[in-house]
Ligand binder design. Structure first.
Ligand code: NAD
Length: 356
């Protein structure tokens, strides 16, 4: 990686430009970065007729990391199957950048545990990461219909399992470096029923020797779904296949109760750039009003520093600054409760900058 990391910014549509501009200010306050801002999504359809141009994809591939706002909006909603759609840009990026691991951290800020649907004593201390395989399994296997019967096939190769398991072990190791985490991987499968799961467990167990500093345990997916709501604070990194990960990452996202707070990352092979973005969409209903919550994008920038640029100390600084402003009672309208005086994107950004 170059000494000054090169970051492609893809603000996208709706509130995307507001929250990405705020995150850029945060990064500029932390250190030296080279930014390359490009069009992707609806804005690129307006300018070039496609959601992702070859030129932008190429810039992303050559970067050290990509930070994305969000794409889409009513302007580009269409039922014409031949019309370009903003989401095609996201799919094109995932494919073109070879992203196969999706990382979703769930860490309710101590000041926001009251927003969780779980009781406070149950959610307190939760700080977990779901690592989901993105390119294999039942979503990509052979499927079809014959008469009144349908089938979907789940297939995994040893190589596909190994690379996602390594992504999980390495994420656990990087998190432990920050000093806040246990360094434990929980591999989730259905090895009592599925052959793909038995291969999964075999491969994951075989890799554990390469990561003696990381603890490994296994859970069946039905049990994992229960444990996530009964003892979420006991998890560190959960690594699982595509379908199970789809369900468990949404289940764990709900633990925080606030969409405007959730970051995510998608990673490709070793040394390749990752894609970092908030989980929420482009919120066209509030775009341009200066009230968007920038915190999920700030936390995405923290993920980028930890998992994309190998700068864990700066990631911890951002996360601590976000906790501190929430502790002081600052709330954007989406987080504000009765009696809170809501602040806009600008005031929230200034407050986080001051805490850095
Ligand atoms: P959304 O996440 O954009 O909005 C849902 C609700 O949450 C809205 O009321 C919105 O105002 C609010 N919200 C979301 N993020 C917020 C933030 N940072 N601060 C304050 N409030 C926030 O989901 P939606 O309304 O279903 O979708 C809107 C558009 O976004 C659609 O075009 C959809 O396709 C697109 N979308 C894009 C992505 C992405 O780019 N990755 C993800 C999901 C949806």
């Amino acid at each position: 990686m170059a000494e000054t990391p090169r970051i492609v910014l893809l603000p996208g549509d709706g509130i995307g430009p507001e929250i990405v501009a705020a995150a850029r200010r945060l990064l500029e306050a932390l250190g030296e970065f080279e930014f390359d801002e490009r069009l992707m999504g609806g804005c690129s359809i307006d300018a070039h007729g496609v959601a992702l141009t070859d030129e932008v994809l190429d810039a992303c591939r050559r970067s050290d990391a990509v930070l994305l706002g969000a794409v889409g909006g009513p302007k580009w909603d269409t039922t014409d199957p031949d019309a370009p759609r903003p989401e095609q840009g996201l799919l094109g990026l995932r494919k073109g950048m070879g992203l196969y691991a999706n990382l979703r951290p769930v860490r309710p800020s101590p000041a926001l545990v009251g927003a969780s649907p779980l009781r406070e004593e149950r959610i307190a201390g939760t700080d977990l990461l779901v690592v989901r395989e993105l390119t294999g399994g039942i979503y990509f296997g052979d499927s079809g219909r014959e008469g009144d019967t349908a089938h979907d096939t789940c297939e995994y190769s040893a190589g596909e399992i190994e690379r996602i398991a390594r992504a999980g072990f390495e994420a656990a190791r990087r998190r432990a470096e920050g000093g806040r985490h246990k360094g434990r991987v929980t591999s989730v499968d259905k090895a009592n029923v599925l052959e793909t799961s038995r291969l999964w467990r075999e491969i994951v167990t075989g890799l554990a020797g390469d990561y003696p500093d990381v603890e490994l345990d296994h859970l069946l997916v039905d049990n994992a779904a229960m444990q996530l709501v009964s003892r979420p604070a006991d998890f560190d990194v959960i690594v699982t296949e595509n379908l199970f990960g789809d369900i468990l990452s949404d289940e764990s996202a709900m633990l925080t109760g606030s969409l405007g707070m959730l970051p995510s990352a998608s990673l490709g092979g070793a040394g390749a750039p990752g894609l970092f973005e908030p989980v929420h969409g482009s919120a066209p209903d509030i775009a341009g009003q200066g009230v968007a919550n920038p915190l999920a994008t700030f936390l995405s920038a923290a993920l980028m520093l930890r998992h994309g640029l190998d700068r864990p100390a700066e990631a911890v600084r951002i996360e601590a600054a976000v906790d501190a402003v929430l502790e002081r009672g600052l709330r954007t309208p989406d987080l504000a409760g009765d009696g809170d005086r809501p602040v806009g994107t600008e005031e929230m950004t200034e407050a986080v900058l001051a805490e850095l």
